[in-house]
Design a protein around this ligand. Structure first.
Ligand SMILES: [Zn+2]
Length: 239
């Protein structure tokens, strides 16, 4: 399986991804092929597996980060209540952004192996998913999708890295990761690689981020679910 370069790992170049057929999102071709098989599998079970997000580059993540830091986009607390950034110091703002958004360079979405999914068949025509855990719970609109992923994702190489609260990124039951790419990518994304990617970036709060970087790296990069062994030897077969 392809090994990504430091530039690719941190989203600064996009030579490792390609457009998905008929979609506006990009993915690594190996993840795209596995995802196509998962989509076909889902369709046989009445699930219209749709993409809410896939590859995002460094600059896209940087725009999200700076927009929140400057108060141009709403900054929410853990309960989803809007925060007043004028009453917060830079470290508090950085910590609040990290509750919901990855640091540029540290997003798994840079790798082309990650896909946020929902079931379009479970929504009213034209309705958008909110991407909140309640939708994916056993009594939520996407409960059928959650069950499908539990039964089928691993044999296609996919798992949920944000399966539960681990002291870092909040649980994201919609975030699929293609292990044959993402396991080596996580290993290759070392603290020095991340640090180098941020060096000359026009990142708001850069001094605070630099000071907190070892902690941010440990909590928001490393604290994820391990890939189940089956995902690294996918045996996708039609059923
Ligand atoms: Zn995601």
């Amino acid at each position: 399986m392809a090994i990504l370069t430091s530039q690719q790992l941190t989203g600064r170049i996009s030579s490792h991804v390609q457009p998905l057929p008929s979609l506006s999102w990009h993915l690594h071709p190996q993840a795209a092929a596995a995802f196509a098989a998962l989509v076909a599998d889902a369709a046989r079970q009445g699930i219209d597996l749709a993409v809410a997000s896939a590859f995002r580059d460094f600059n896209r993540q940087l725009a999200i980060w700076n927009g929140k830091f400057r108060g141009e986009q709403p900054l929410l607390d853990r309960r989803g209540v809007r925060l007043d950034i004028s009453a917060m110091d830079e470290e508090a703002i950085v910590r609040a952004i990290l509750q919901w958004s990855a640091l540029p360079g540290a997003s798994r979405h840079h790798w082309g192996s990650e896909i946020d999914v929902f079931d379009r068949a479970a929504l009213a025509p034209g309705a958008r998913p909110r991407l909140i855990p309640e939708e994916y719970a056993s009594d939520g609109v996407f409960a059928g999708l959650t069950g499908f992923l539990q039964r089928n994702a691993a044999r296609h190489g996919f798992f949920l890295p944000y399966d539960r609260e681990r002291g870092g990124t909040q649980p994201e039951p919609w975030h699929l990761s293609f292990a044959p790419l993402s396991v080596p990518a996580l290993r290759a994304l070392t603290l020095p690689v991340l640090s180098e990617a941020l060096q000359d970036a026009p990142l708001d709060g850069a001094a605070v981020v630099r000071r907190l970087l070892p902690e941010i790296y440990e909590r928001y990069v490393l604290r994820v679910a391990p890939a189940p062994p089956q995902t690294l030897a996918p045996q996708a077969s039609p059923q």
